[in-house]
Design a protein around this ligand. Structure first.
Ligand SMILES: Cc1cc2nc3c(=O)[nH]c(=O)nc-3n(C[C@H](O)[C@H](O)[C@H](O)COP(=O)(O)O)c2cc1C
Length: 256
């Protein structure tokens, strides 16, 4: 039996695009990376239903790529209709990250996104994910290695910082811009919060004011009205939709 995809009924009145390097993100709506959710099938579904300007893979282990894990290599699942597509990588070893970024580009990635937001102990104890925010010099070395290894733009998705109340991202982001990062997504919670509490959009406003590359706002955008509000209140360049797209992929949709 054919699957009928319902057409979206209400749409986001957002029309201004932003650029990641030379890649136009139009509309400025991004499907957030979500482990065990944003696989190839889900990304294709979201593109067909809502047509966001950018979709992102779930986080992919650079160590697993290094060791040639078949299951990990299948996670890329790049097809033309998903473009532009960002592949999100995590790891803490510059050489392995650079090698994995090249593999991702060979597999069709248009953008390499680096995970600096995952708070899960299994990831953080290796120095990857949000733990990267604790050592700015190491984070810059890793990012620089990736920027030098690939031709495509490199972006970073961060939290507000590690420890609750210590907003560290602006200082780090300025350094990351110097080593070539082309855009940021800020999940406006601290790593120690996990998904508890509310996202603090004021931090997104401060980040946008401080850096010159595009800033995508993320955290607790549940409706088209929320998306408009975060754009207006923070001046961010785009919106990233996570949990609201689960079970309703059309939440990440375009304007016309
Ligand atoms: C099930 C699930 C899996 C996630 N996996 C990732 C991931 O792989 N990489 C990442 O950077 N963030 C991940 N996140 C965080 C989301 O990308 C997003 O930052 C967070 O959910 C806040 O946005 P929201 O309020 O729109 O959901 C995940 C979140 C959820 C709920």
């Amino acid at each position: 039996m054919p699957i009928l995809l319902e057409k979206p009924k209400n749409v986001l009145p957002i029309s201004s695009a932003y650029y990641v390097g030379n890649i136009c993100i139009d509309p400025p709506v991004v499907l957030a990376p979500m482990a065990d959710v944003t696989n190839g099938s889900f990304r294709r579904l979201v593109k067909r239903m809502g047509s966001p300007g950018l979709v992102v893979t779930e986080l992919i282990s650079t160590a697993a790529i290094h060791y040639g894990s078949k299951r990990t290599l299948e996670m890329f699942d790049v097809t033309e209709e998903q473009r532009p597509l960002a592949v999100q990588l995590f790891g803490a070893d510059p050489a392995m990250m650079a090698e994995a970024a090249k593999v991702a580009v060979d597999q069709g990635a248009d953008i390499i996104d680096i995970n600096m937001g995952c708070w899960v102990p299994k990831v953080c104890k290796t120095g990857a994910g949000a733990a990267m925010m604790k050592d700015e010099a190491a984070a810059c070395r890793i990012v620089e290695a990736i920027v030098k290894a690939v031709e495509v733009p490199v972006t970073v998705k961060t939290r507000a910082g590690w420890q609750y109340g210590q907003f560290a991202t602006v200082g780090l982001a300025k350094k990351l811009e110097e080593v070539g990062v082309q855009a940021f997504a800020l999940h406006a919670r601290y790593a120690t919060q996990g998904h508890t509490g509310n996202a603090d959009w004021e931090l997104i406003r401060q980040m946008k004011e401080a850096v010159s590359k595009p800033v995508v706002g993320n955290g607790d955008i549940k409706t088209p009205q929320d998306a408009l509000r975060i754009l207006q209140e923070t001046g961010c360049d785009g919106v990233m939709i996570g949990r609201a797209a689960i079970g309703n992929p059309s939440h990440a949709r375009r304007t016309d």
